[in-house]
Structures are given as C-alpha cells and as structure tokens.
Design a protein around this ligand. Structure first.
Ligand SMILES: CCCCCCCCCCCCCCCC(=O)SCCNC(=O)CCNC(=O)[C@H](O)C(C)(C)COP(=O)(O)O
Ligand SMILES: Nc1ncnc2c1ncn2[C@@H]1O[C@H](COP(=O)(O)O)[C@@H](OP(=O)(O)O)[C@H]1O
Length: 340
C-alpha cells in the first residue's frame, strides 16, 4: 500500500516534469492560432473578427488549478488525466500576414493614417504656392453644402451600407463603436453641455462674434455680439473671428474617414472577395469624396494650425477605439473588434 502511494507520487512528479504549464499551453494556443507565421508578434485584435470570444487572462492561481486538474483528472484523484487537445479557436486564423510598425499599427493601418495629415500638408502647400481658381474654392459649392455639411449623416448611411452585408454574431459591438464615433462628432461639433467643444476652444482663445451695427457712429459699426456658438453667430449674420477657429471640416472629414476605413479594412483583408461587392465600392466612393474635400479645405480654407488642430481632434476617438483599446482585453471585449 505504502509502495503504491509512493509510486503514485513519483508518477505525479514525473507527469509534472513533462507537462508544460497551463499558462504556456494557453499562450501558445492563443498566439499560434492568431499568428501562425510569427508567434512572437502582438495579438492583432483588430483582425480576429466579431465572432471571436477573447481569451481571458488567467491568474497564477487559476494556472495552478489547471495544472492540478490536468495531473489528477476530475473525479479521479489518483489517476493522471489525459491531456485534452487544445480547443480550436472560434474564428480561423487570418489569411494574410501582418507586420507591425512601432508595435501599434499594421503597415496598411499606418498608410491609411498618414493619408490625412499628408493631404492637409499638400493642400496647405498648394495654397501657399499657387491655389488654382476652382469651383471647389466656393463655400457654396454643391459637394460642400449637400455632402460635407451633412457629413455625419452620409457617413452613417455609408456605414449602414457596409454593415448590412456582414454576418456578425454581435452587431451590438458594431453599434457601440458607431455610437462612440457619433458621440465624439456630436460633442465636438454640435453640443457639449452648451456650445460644442470646437466653439468653446474658439471662445476660450479670445474669439468673438462681430456684428454690424448700422446705427453706430461711422467707422465703428462693428460690435461684439454675445453669441456663445458659431451657430448662434451665423444666425445673427455675425462674423466669428479672433480666436483659434479649429477647422470643423478637417475634423469631420478625418474622423469620418478613419472610422469608415478601420471598420472596412479588416473585413476586406479577411475576405478578399468582399472587395468587389457594391457595398465596398460605395464605402470607397464616400472615402474618395471625403479625401477630395479635405484636400480642398487644405487648399482654400483656414490657417495651417487650424487645420492641424482639426485633424488632431479628428484622430482622437479613432486612436482610442482602434489603436489603444486593442491592447486591453477587457475594454476590447466591450467595444468588440471590426471584422466579418
Ligand atoms: C455610448 C453612448 C452613445 C450615445 C450616443 C449619443 C449620440 C447623440 C447624437 C445623436 C444624433 C445621432 C445622429 C445620427 C444620424 C446623423 O448623422 S443625422 C446628423 C446629420 N448632421 C450632420 O451630418 C452635420 C455634419 N456637419 C457638421 O458637423 C459641421 O457642419 C461641420 C462639417 C463640422 C462644419 O462645421 P461648421 O461650423 O458648419 O463650419
Ligand atoms: N472643402 C471645402 N469646400 C467648401 N467650403 C469649405 C471647405 N472646407 C471649409 N469650407 C468652408 O470654410 C468655412 C470654415 O469651415 P470649417 O471651420 O468647418 O473648416 C465654412 O464656411 P461656412 O461656415 O460659411 O459654410 C466652410 O463651409
């Protein structure tokens, strides 16, 4: 009996020395299933698909219990349990390989990100060198009035066109990401407990709404109106001047484009054939129009710094949701990841 017990103990310690720790099994499964060619790269949560349940990090205590369970078996304390083969991941590994730049972006993501500051820079350069006479230099041009001035509406429609062809198990996550993007657009350009953020920046940097007072003494017709928003100032036909007037167009066109790109990109990278769908083409038409209008803003409107601050505010929400959050499993589980 004693000999039996001691041989069982020896058996257990022999098993312990040959069985790899549970954490390493879990890590190997996770990384190898997502990144078959380069297991040491970070996990790209932006390409794992909506259907994927993210693996939860296990604590050291949980690791130990997993080892003990795999050594003892459940319900049979003396017999070592056979090691179960790893559960296959819920989504297949992506069919394309990803290279990370600075541990944050894939090459494709970085290229898309760079389109917008480059466009503003090129537009501003053209505006200095020789801006050509153009219909697009008019504020009243059709594309500005009909499309950009209703830019979030068109972005919403385009996003819906993109979504309706996806078979996603958790559309709620997609709606959450849209809600965050809408919320940021809304707070920045429409309302932030009163005046929107961009107007508060303008007023906070010394901007005022000037109106013409025909009854004032000649030469002193301009007087300050107490409008607290650009909307209110436009309403009284005033001139919004003096402060740092962040470019709303640079903001909206960058924000909307990055949102559409980062929802679309993982989908077409995972499922190449979707590239040919009419839905994808519609997204590309919107993206092309937004890019062109940003170039026109770069050439004809605002100062360079106002366009840069517009762009910076335009990347803020995107940077959090699509770049920073994927590094945090809990938060990523909340907002999901774009994909098929
Ligand atoms: C997690 C909680 C989420 C809760 C989300 C709440 C969000 C509240 C907003 C509710 C509205 C949703 C609307 C969605 C559908 C639409 O998009 S309709 C609105 C259409 N309007 C526009 O598209 C206007 C776009 N234009 C502008 O923003 C500005 O004109 C401009 C382009 C920034 C330029 O500014 P100017 O001052 O005119 O130069
Ligand atoms: N690409 C573009 N095409 C036409 N007008 C543009 C434009 N970009 C900016 N504008 C105009 O420049 C002004 C400042 O824009 P913003 O601050 O949104 O960047 C706005 O004028 P209006 O307010 O007279 O329409 C806007 O319509």
């Amino acid at each position: 009996m004693q000999q039996n017990a001691s041989s069982t103990t020896q058996q257990k310690s022999a098993d312990r020395s040959t069985v790899p720790p549970a954490q390493s099994i879990i890590t190997d499964i996770t990384t190898s299933s997502l990144e078959p060619t380069e297991p040491t790269e970070p996990i790209d949560l932006t390409t794992t698909g909506e259907a994927t349940e993210l693996p939860t990090a296990s604590t050291p205590g949980e690791d130990d219990s997993l080892v003990v369970q795999s050594l003892h078996g459940l319900g049979s304390p003396l017999l070592p349990a056979p090691i179960q083969p790893p559960t296959p991941p819920l989504t297949p590994p992506p069919a394309y390989s990803r290279k990370y730049v600075a541990g944050l972006f894939t090459f494709e993501q970085l290229s898309i990100f760079l389109i917008y500051p480059s466009t503003i820079a090129v537009g501003s350069l053209i505006s200095i060198v020789s801006p050509p006479e153009s219909y697009f230099g008019l504020r009243t041009n059709f594309f500005n009035v009909f499309f950009v001035k209703n830019g979030w509406f068109w972005t919403t429609i385009t996003f819906m066109v993109h979504c309706i062809r996806l078979r996603i198990s958790k559309p709620s996550k997609l709606v959450i990401r849209y809600a965050f993007a809408t919320l940021w657009w809304f707070l920045f350009t429409q309302w932030f407990f009163g005046a929107p953020i961009m107007d508060r920046v303008f007023l906070g940097t010394g901007g005022v709404c000037f109106v013409n007072d025909p009854e004032a003494v000649p030469g002193d017709e301009r007087k300050v109106h107490d409008s607290w928003s650009s909307f209110g100032c436009r309403h009284v036909k005033g001139e919004w001047a003096g402060g740092h007037d962040i470019s709303g167009h640079s903001f909206l066109l960058t924000h909307a484009s990055l949102f559409l790109w980062f929802e679309l990109l993982p989908v077409i990278m995972e499922r190449g054939p979707l590239l040919r769908q009419i839905n994808t083409k519609i997204v590309f038409v919107t993206l092309a129009l937004w890019w062109w209008m940003l170039l026109m803003t770069g050439i004809y409107f605002h100062t360079f710094t106002e366009k840069v601050t517009g762009w910076l505010c335009g990347i803020a929400e995107w940077a959090i949701i699509y770049i920073l959050l994927p590094g945090n499993r809990t938060l990523t589980t909340m907002v999901g990841v774009p994909g098929v």
